[in-house]
Design a protein. Structure first.
Length: 296
């Protein structure tokens, strides 16, 4: 299958690109820079140069492909609303190009909080409309299941971990090293789902190949790790204590990431395992922390 992958040179996207190429698929990778383009060509991928501010360009690339995996996002915390609107515009433009083709369109999303305490694949995203997080793009994409597209929502855990990860867990580790203490909020009972990068990449490839239209799949190998356990593992690795941070001190201690670390983002993967015959085999998050995956 010839697959257009946005975010192809990113943390998750580069692993997805490797997985697809290894399994005999062809990859057209979106690249914003010459450096990213060189890295993709070195892997054996075809390059489409552009960015998320050029919806027509991305739609043109999608039109030439047998399927699309949309992983890119503008992580601009200074303009969250603008990033969401940009996301919705480019998603809608690509989807409109695919109408009536029965081609797959996989879209990156995230695990959100759930009233039941454990998000399942049957729970719809609460985010609707262009002014909601990520522009409500998950729900927008799934609406195209009735328009001759095979949309699939890829809900990634808050931490997709592994050696070289520069995401949330890396930021928490850096803060702990700077402050001499690994913090957790309150009693540390809030949870994060987690998945190893290689397991996430394999899930994406399986979803491309066989997930039915309208599916929501959870890239969550571990359904929910208490934040106090994450802090304890970081503290043990760094040789610093783990400490509780009061609600009023979260912003001062953690900065922007405090709002994310305080979320209870636990998610089941039962339906995903059954649907895709997916069994995670990578290290756990705590094993990665303890083995030095975040030493940098």
């Amino acid at each position: 299958m010839r697959v257009f992958v946005t975010g192809a040179s990113g943390w998750i996207g580069s692993a997805v690109t490797d997985e697809l190429l290894t399994r005999g698929h062809q990859v057209i990778g979106l690249a914003r820079s010459d450096k990213a383009a060189e890295a993709l060509r070195a892997k054996g991928a075809t390059v489409h140069q552009g960015d998320l501010d050029s919806p027509d360009s991305l739609a043109a690339a999608a039109e030439t492909a047998d399927g699309v995996i949309h992983l890119a996002f503008k992580h601009d915390f200074t303009d969250v609303a603008g990033a969401g609107r940009a996301e919705r515009a480019v998603v809608q433009r690509m989807l409109d190009t695919l109408v009536g083709s029965d081609r797959p369109f996989l879209i990156a999303s995230g695990v959100t909080t759930s009233a039941s305490g454990l998000l399942t694949e049957d729970d719809p995203s609460p985010h609707e409309g262009p002014d909601s997080p990520r522009g409500g793009s998950e729900n927008l994409a799934l609406e195209y299941a009735d328009r001759g597209v095979r949309p699939v929502a890829l809900r990634f855990a808050p931490t997709v971990h592994g050696a070289g990860d520069y995401g949330f867990t890396a930021v928490l580790t850096k803060i702990a090293a700077e402050r001499g203490a690994a913090g957790y909020i309150g009693d540390g009972s809030t949870r994060w789902a987690a998945v190893h990068r290689t397991d996430a990449a394999r899930l994406v490839r399986l979803a491309l190949e066989k997930a039915p239209a309208g599916s929501r799949v959870h890239a969550t190998a571990e359904s929910g790790i208490p934040s106090r356990d994450i802090a304890a593992a970081i503290g043990d690795y760094l040789g610093v204590p783990s400490v509780s941070v009061a609600a009023e001190d979260v912003a001062a201690h953690f900065g922007w990431i405090g709002g994310f670390f305080g979320l209870d983002a636990a998610a089941s993967n039962t339906r995903t395992r059954e649907l895709l015959d997916w069994t995670p085999t990578g290290p756990t998050l705590l094993e990665d922390i303890k083995s030095g995956a975040y030493s940098a």
